[in-house]
Design a protein around this ligand. Structure first.
Ligand code: B3K
Ligand code: ZN
Length: 876
């Protein structure tokens, strides 16, 4: 397919201002549904006399304009997969072209729609997913985000099978229809683009609650889930209420309808969808309680519920003009969900988790074949741009604006943005303009972050002149060419920086030689920046604190200095980063092949590790991170080239053994000292203790000893986190506690999401490909369900280096074949799977050749646009 360019944007000649949809689901067998749409048009361009509507997989039954049968149309079938259609309608014969009504009747695929887009069956339920370009699978329309319309929706279906009939906005009417059918009518009073349309039909358990907004609007809250699992929706309800409150308090943004609904479905390509008033969620991001979800998944539920709710303003009330602007709503809403999680739980931990996504995933995307700016220039399949770059780097860009402006000015900017653009479809430029205008801070140069791809490398060099008592610090930046863009310029890079003395204390009030105060936020705006600081003694420079800019930092430290910072820096985020850096150095020392150096590095690390163990009780959640030696997959993310995954795996195992020898007994001592968690509660302290307990148990049992402690934790567990942690320790350290695994499988036989977590663990630790294939035989497995497929294949590719990168190339081939298979029915799934191979560019020659050979074979097959775009970029 031909790529679309950002620069090609053209405003609409006509707009649809009212959309009336009347659905009839004749739900016997392999049904297609029928929809009658009544669309009120208004002309925008006085010269225009025709327009084109998008469609896909539709059968047109009739077309009328102003109530008359209309023959001035042409239905064009576009070449390629997926039966893309364009319906050209000529209205030049009308007397009044400024306002007219078009009525269309068409059928649409439902029961055989395996794309999980448009309207499809998710198990027994019927549901919709329209973002970004799937409304065209429902009816002919301007399937683009800048057409804002009011929607009225009537749904008719079998009453017994589909007692709940839901759509956006407010319920207007319901009643009985012939043959045991019934209907419901919904009206959404807010104009919206069609990608926010939603429809759900089915039988559910519902939990209800209410929330009163700060201006006194009483809002009914309803969450719909699988029959028999209502209890597993309670946590999400508490998240929703807290999200609503938080958005009022922190952003002053209030909910605007009398009803807010969330529905959990079992087949879904993404996490969730922010349809106006009717969010639809992948059940994995909504359903769970202490007995079926880990602390980490509950935290994710909290975050995603927040994220989708926050879209009500940043996405729904103010939407994107075109899909190139996706980060306008996604970067901003990720920033908002990160702030929500920080304010609710622990800011440092949340920051560390967001930074991990950047360092472990986004940096690779930025240097790989699919590199793109947060606002892309060129797109074949929009589905391929729901990326960590658009979302997470997008959020980092918003965070830098927040850092440069400060909270108060940032909120002023938000208020101006809402005041100017409520009810509009706008661009990233509009957002930045509101921020700049409200704060008076010039962001012209900063805006390069929207159009430049690639991760800047920032180098910090320092020199201390003891004679003249001058510390010179030199910052410089460079962004290397990326696959999509050869020329790079200097970016505006805000660097939070502190200086430490020899005792590890922060030195404040430092001045440059001209007497200027050295600010805590150093903004690098050009290729380089030099500071001459007056100080009687040498200082350590700790910069990019809190990851104030999404850059890769280079600083010449020797191992001792790194160890010193890891132990002494008075800032927990900086400590985390220093420990990460130290872990990386250990790997590098081993990889150097110089044994003395490796031994020295290890010795130093063991020393730091000991002091970390001593401090672990101060902040269990954080120290659980600090005490986990970086996994091979995390280290792999730091490589730019010549990566040998199997070598990393090998080093990891050696260091685990050394850690166990040196500190296994200390881990046991500390385990015995850990305060009892008490009855399960979901909070930072308890979750931190559970995490730390797992880290310590893993360390203590590396050589197979102390299995009794593992059994004890399982036996006493009153929650799922401890149970799955025990299973993890058992499998990691091969403790052979098969009876625990059996107990687990019996206990959770009917909990599909729990078994996903189990399968992930098995896939991560499988000894060979046979053991992976074994996972496909579990009773819950279904190759058409993305949750099932991803929970096996993602950990295989990302975490199980031994099987994925097996000498004979079988792991790589397996992923390629799975992708090809999925491509036959779900291009979003296959595109996700093929992306697991796109790290080839950084692997050493053997792996690289194996992957490229597989990709070439794939490219010889007929592929979906989604997959083709990625394969083409890889082979470019
Ligand atoms: N906006 C949706 C993503 C839909 C993706 C469709 N391919 C989820 C979110 O970011 O909130
Ligand atoms: Zn979003």
């Amino acid at each position: 397919a031909k790529p679309l360019l950002r620069s090609d944007y053209q405003p609409l000649d006509f707009k649809i201002v009212n959309t009336d949809l009347d659905f009839y689901f004749d739900t016997e067998g392999d049904f297609r549904a029928t929809v009658k749409s009544t669309l009120d048009f208004e002309r925008q361009n006085p010269q225009a006399s025709s327009f084109s509507l998008d469609g896909q997989d539709l059968e047109l039954l009739s077309l009328k304009v102003n109530g008359q049968d209309w023959t001035d149309y042409e239905l064009e079938l576009l070449p390629g997969e997926g039966k893309f259609q364009t319906l050209h309608i000529d209205v030049s014969k009308l007397e009044n072209l400024d306002k007219f009504t078009v009525q269309i009747e068409n059928t649409l695929e439902v029961a055989n729609n395996k794309l999980l887009s448009g309207i499809y069956k998710a198990g027994e339920h019927i549901c919709s997913q329209c973002e970004s370009k799937s409304f065209r699978l429902i009816t002919y329309y301007f399937d683009r985000p800048d057409n804002l319309s009011l929607f009225t929706v009537k749904i008719t279906a079998n009453k017994e099978k589909y007692p709940y009939l839901l759509s956006n906005g407010n319920p207007v009417e319901k009643g009985e229809a012939a043959n045991g059918y019934h209907y419901a009518v919904w009206h959404d009073p807010f104009p919206k683009p069609c990608y926010l349309f939603a429809l759900v039909a089915g039988d559910f358990d519902v939990i209800s609650d209410e929330f009163t907004t700060k201006s006194g609007r009483k809002v009914d809250l309803q969450i719909f889930g699988e029959i028999g699992k209502a209890e597993q929706l309670r946590f999400a309800m508490s998240s929703l209420k807290r999200s609503m409150k938080w958005d009022e308090e922190r952003f002053g943004l209030e909910y605007d309808l009398d009803l807010f609904m969330i529905v959990a479905v079992s087949f879904f390509n993404m996490g969730a969808m922010e349809n106006k008033g009717l969010n639809i969620f992948n059940e994995s991001a909504l359903v769970g309680d202490k007995d079926t979800a880990t602390d980490a998944r509950l935290k994710r539920i909290d975050k995603v519920v927040g994220h989708e709710y926050f879209h009500n303003w940043t996405g729904d009330r103010i939407t994107c003009r075109d899909w190139f602007q996706l980060t306008l709503k996604e970067g901003l809403t990720v920033f908002r969900d990160q702030e929500f999680t920080s304010d609710t739980f622990d800011r440092t931990i949340e920051r560390i988790e967001s930074v991990k996504v950047m360092q472990n995933f986004q940096f690779d995307e930025d240097r790989g074949p699919t590199s793109h700016p947060i606002r892309p220039e060129k797109v074949v399949s929009q589905d391929n741009f729901y990326t960590v770059t658009v979302y997470d780097k997008g959020s980092e860009v918003i965070r830098m604006i927040h850092t440069l402006l400060g909270e108060e000015n940032f909120q002023k900017g938000m208020r101006l943005y809402v005041e100017r653009h409520d009810g509009q479809a706008v661009t990233c430029d509009d957002f930045v303009a509101a921020m700049a205008d409200a704060s008076g801070v010039n962001l012209d140069k900063f805006k390069l972050w929207y159009s430049q791809s690639g991760t800047p490398h920032v180098t910090v060099e320092k020199k201390f002149d003891s004679q003249n008592q001058i510390l010179s610090v030199h910052f410089s930046q460079i962004t290397h060419p990326t696959n999509d863009q050869a020329e790079k310029q200097a970016l505006v890079i805000p660097l939070k920086t502190v200086f430490l003395n020899r005792e590890g204390e922060q030195v404040t009030g430092l001045k440059t030689l001209d007497g200027e105060l050295v600010p805590e936020l150093i903004v690098l705006e050009n290729d380089s920046l030099s500071l001459e600081i007056a100080t009687p003694c040498d200082l350590a420079v700790v910069t990019n604190l809190d990851f104030s800019a999404p850059v890769i930092l280079h600083q010449e430290y020797d191992l001792q200095e790194r160890a010193f910072i890891a132990e002494h820096v008075p800032n927990e985020y900086a400590r985390y980063q220093a420990v990460q850096d130290l872990n990386y150095e250990i790997y590098k020392a081993y990889l150097s092949g110089v044994q003395v150096y490796a031994a020295q590095a290890l010795g130093l690390y063991l020393g730091v590790y000991r002091s970390l163990l001593e401090k672990a009780l101060d902040n269990p959640a954080l120290y659980a991170h600090l005490l986990s030696f970086s996994s091979p997959s995390v280290i792999a993310a730091r490589f730019e080239k010549d990566l040998d995954p199997l070598a990393l795996e090998n080093i990891y195992q050696q260091v685990q053994i050394a850690l166990n020898r040196a500190h296994g007994h200390r881990a046991i001592e500390l385990l015995d000292k850990l305060p009892a968690t008490g009855a399960y509660e979901f909070n930072v302290t308890q979750a931190g203790l559970r995490d730390l307990r797992k880290t310590l148990l893993t360390l203590a049992t590396v050589n197979g000893e102390h299995a009794d402690k593992v059994v004890e934790l399982y036996t006493n567990a009153d929650n799922f986190t401890d149970r799955i942690n025990v299973l993890g320790v058992n499998l990691t350290n091969k403790l052979g506690l098969d009876e625990l695994e059996q107990e687990f499988l019996t206990r959770y036989h009917d909990e599909t999401l729990v078994l996903d977590a189990y399968q992930s663990l098995k896939a991560q630790l499988a000894p060979d490909l046979e053991a992976i294939k074994q996972q496909f035989t579990l009773h819950t497995f279904d190759a058409h369900n993305p949750n099932r497929v991803r929970s096996i294949l993602q950990p295989l590719a990302r975490l199980n280096f031994a099987v994925m990168y097996a000498q004979d190339g079988s792991g790589i081939k397996f992923i390629a074949q799975q992708a090809l298979q999925a491509d036959k029915f779900n291009p979003q799934l296959s595109s996700f799977l093929v992306a697991l191979l796109l790290n080839f560019f950084k692997l050493s020659a053997r792996y690289q050749q194996q992957i490229l050979a597989e990709l070439k074979e794939l490219s010889a097959q007929p592929l979906s646009n989604n997959m083709q775009e990625k394969v083409d970029k890889a082979l470019e």
